[in-house]
Design a protein around this ligand. Structure first.
Ligand code: ATP
Length: 132
């Protein structure tokens, strides 16, 4: 049995695939969904989503916000900002990380800069395939 996974942004269906397991980070912590999971709705934190494909491949996606809903064997990820690994511009993310780090040196309490740094770090680890 497989999970039917759909990743949707306001503009488009970013990805549909089947999976044996989907790993997300929510405000309730890291959760791994497998077929048969009880219905669940959670708020996603900026983090990689790891999809363990039926074919044995894993896929990493940078997901920066949104919701995950599990119902039956369907996993729906609804996100305003999400990028597949291959769509990430690493130069842009590196520049964003540098800007955010500089802002945090100026003001360690700059929450916008801390959030921007987190987004950039997620993008870089997803693009490199090193996200845990
Ligand atoms: P930047 O400072 O480089 O704009 P950001 O974290 O502020 O980065 P967001 O506001 O999270 O950017 O995203 C704005 C749009 O740009 C979204 O559609 C997002 O998918 C896209 N985006 C941002 N950074 C990258 C990147 N490094 N590679 C690909 N798309 C990106």
């Amino acid at each position: 049995m497989s999970l039917q996974v759909e990743l949707v942004s306001p503009e488009e269906v970013v990805l549909t695939t089947t999976a044996s397991m989907v790993l997300v980070r929510t405000t309730d912590g890291d959760i791994a969904f497998q077929p048969g999971h009880v219905p669940f709705v959670g708020v996603l934190l900026p983090e990689r989503v790891r999809i363990y494909g039926d074919d044995g491949d894993t896929q990493l996606i940078a997901v920066h916000s949104g919701f995950v809903e599990v119902s039956g064997d369907k996993v729906a990820i609804l996100s305003d900002v999400a990028e597949l690994a291959g769509d990430i511009d690493t130069d842009r993310a590196t520049a964003a990380a540098e800007r955010a780090r500089a802002a945090l040196v100026e003001d360690p309490d700059d929450t916008e800069a801390a959030a921007a740094l987190k987004r950039a770090e997620v993008r870089l680890t997803v693009a490199a395939g090193t996200a845990i």
